[in-house]
Design a protein around this ligand. Structure first.
Ligand code: SAH
Length: 245
């Protein structure tokens, strides 16, 4: 299981690159495969599947691996953060194949880390990540997690913030967070981190327009201490209370 990082090949970890180089078979969703430098795919069997074909993708990868071929399944970001590592392990376990094939996860730079870096330092204190996709998780569960994480003053990272089918979810999530946070709370928006067309800006909870996000966006809502520093977003860890800065 290989995480490719948020986009730019410079953020593909050397260990991930080596795993792809070594593999005979590379399995992935089309837009993830697009993140793999072309030269790494030369001479390999590339199995490309559609967006909702996760189970099929795992099935194909397992069949290849069980047939003795060195196979990598690629995910954007990190393979275990809303990625394929969990599903592959789940399917190997369901079929009694754990231990039959060598399994390993090569970490990647998750999109939340890329987004945080572009915004400055929004995640220097405790944070919670919530995916707003209700394809596999009921909306009530998602909303409850957003609500309780906001109440506990976590910085909130919102993954999968929007799609055409559920355009209202991001607005609802932000409204829920607004029960616990002031209108001036900084909100960082990062679209297409480390990819062509990258967009990064910081706004406030009151000024936030859910229409600015698409499915390649991460939204980070600050905690009660988060502030801006110039154009950056900053969540102080607390040094300023202890030391003279
Ligand atoms: N495994 C990935 C997450 C996959 S879920 C990881 O480790 O980050 C897909 C979601 O990730 C998208 O809806 C979006 O919210 C986020 N995402 C992935 N790549 C991104 C990028 N380059 N810029 C901004 N958000 C991104």
């Amino acid at each position: 299981m290989v995480g490719l990082g948020p986009g730019d090949a410079g953020l593909l970890a050397p260990m991930a690159r080596r795993a792809i180089e070594r593999a005979r078979v590379v399995v992935g969703y089309g837009t993830y495969l697009d993140l793999v430098p072309r030269e790494l795919l030369a001479g390999k069997d590339v199995i490309e599947t559609g967006m909702t074909g996760e189970v099929e993708r795992c099935e194909r990868a397992m069949a290849e691996a069980l047939a003795g071929r060195d196979t990598v399944v690629v995910s954007g970001g990190d393979a275990g953060v809303y990625g394929m590592a969990g599903l592959v392990l789940e399917m190997l376990a369901a079929r009694g194949c754990v231990g039959e094939v060598e399994f390993s996860v090569i970490p990647g730079i998750a999109a939340l880390l890329g987004a945080a870096a572009l915004l400055g330092a929004p995640l220097t204190h405790d944070f919670a990540s919530v995916s707003l996709s209700d394809l596999l998780t009921p909306w009530e569960v998602i909303e409850r997690r957003v609500d309780l994480a906001a109440q506990a003053d976590f910085v909130l990272v919102l993954y999968n913030p929007r799609s055409k089918r559920r355009a209202g979810h991001l607005a609802k999530a932000v409204e829920t967070i607004g029960k616990w946070r002031g209108p001036d709370t900084p909100v960082g928006v990062v679209r297409r981190a480390y990819r062509p067309g990258q967009e990064v800006f910081v706004t406030s909870l009151a000024g936030f327009d859910p229409g600015c996000a698409d499915m390649l966006t991460i939204v980070i809502v600050g905690n009660s201490a988060t502030r801006t520093a110039g154009t950056w977003m900053l969540t102080p860890r607390g040094y300023g209370r202890k030391y003279r800065l």
